[in-house]
Design a protein around this ligand. Structure first.
Ligand code: NDP
Length: 237
């Protein structure tokens, strides 16, 4: 596979889970991939060595650092914003500062990164943000703040699609349901809550999400923009 040969790809949040699968996919298809990490330096360095990609430390909670990272990455053919955190629990108990930090990582960083990338992105460039199926459907309590951030991604994608469409730059969201990662392990507590609502009662695999991202970034998806692409085993059906 060499579908992305010669393409420059930046993945924000690529050290683990879905982001690591996205890095592997683009690298396997010949792209020059740079990815960011915050806490998982060892995992990031291992992945960089395995895939021939470049790992750089950038905290998505730091707006100016995110903007500088995108700017310093030069003209990008593809930007994928995957970095995200999920805080769950009784909203009456959650720390306000932690909620605000999640909003910076899950909402502010995708917006600023996408705008900065678009400044130098060539015609036909691609921006993909990883949202969540909870942006559409909040199936259980304790995730209001997280759902807020993923619903915000929808507005971001719709709006920027209109702003950058005249340059044939597409802006899309991929909305996974439960995916087997550190955030939501297949043997974790969410299993019993979510499987009852799913048509296909299993966690998705990171590779399945990476496949959809690669399709959106590829030539077949040039007319697809401002859209939410849900991949959730029928959770929201
Ligand atoms: P993981 O927790 O397994 O991995 C998160 C990734 O994001 C890591 O690479 C982590 O890097 C990076 N990251 C987190 N915070 C920051 C930060 N402040 N700065 C830079 N990078 C950061 O999560 P998933 O792979 O499961 O999730 C990836 C995306 O998919 C998220 O946006 C999440 O909301 C979304 N999603 C996940 C679902 C699931 O069931 N797993 C379902 C729906 C959506 P590091 O460790 O280096 O900090």
């Amino acid at each position: 596979m060499a579908g992305f040969q010669g393409k420059s790809v930046l993945v924000l949040g690529g050290s683990r889970g879905i982001g690591a699968a996205i890095v592997r996919r683009f690298a396997a298809e010949g792209a020059a991939v740079t990815f960011t990490y915050a806490g998982s330096r060892e995992a990031a360095e291992r992945l960089a060595a395995e895939t021939g990609s470049t790992a750089v430390a950038t905290d998505s909670a730091d707006r100016d650092a995110v903007i500088a990272r995108v700017r310093d990455s030069g003209p990008l053919d593809v930007l994928v914003v995957n970095a995200g955190v999920a805080m769950m629990g009784d909203p009456l108990e959650l720390e306000a500062d932690a909620v605000d930090r999640m909003i910076r990582i899950n909402v502010a960083a995708p917006y600023h990164a996408a705008v900065e990338a678009a400044r130098r992105m060539p015609e036909g460039g691609r921006i993909v943000v990883i949202g969540s199926n909870v942006g559409d459907h909040v199936g259980f309590p304790g995730i209001a703040a997280y759902a807020l951030t993923k619903s915000a991604v929808q507005g971001l994608v719709r709006g920027l699609a209109r702003d950058f469409g005249p340059r044939s730059i597409t802006v899309n969201a991929v909305q996974p349901g439960p995916v087997d990662t550190d955030m939501n392990p297949a043997d974790g507590p969410l299993k019993d809550i979510v499987y009852g609502q799913m048509a296909i009662k299993r966690h998705g695999q990171p590779d399945e999400i990476a496949g959809m991202v690669a399709w959106l970034a590829g030539p077949e998806a040039s007319f697809v923009t401002g859209a939410m692409h849900t991949i959730d085993g029928g959770f929201g059906a």
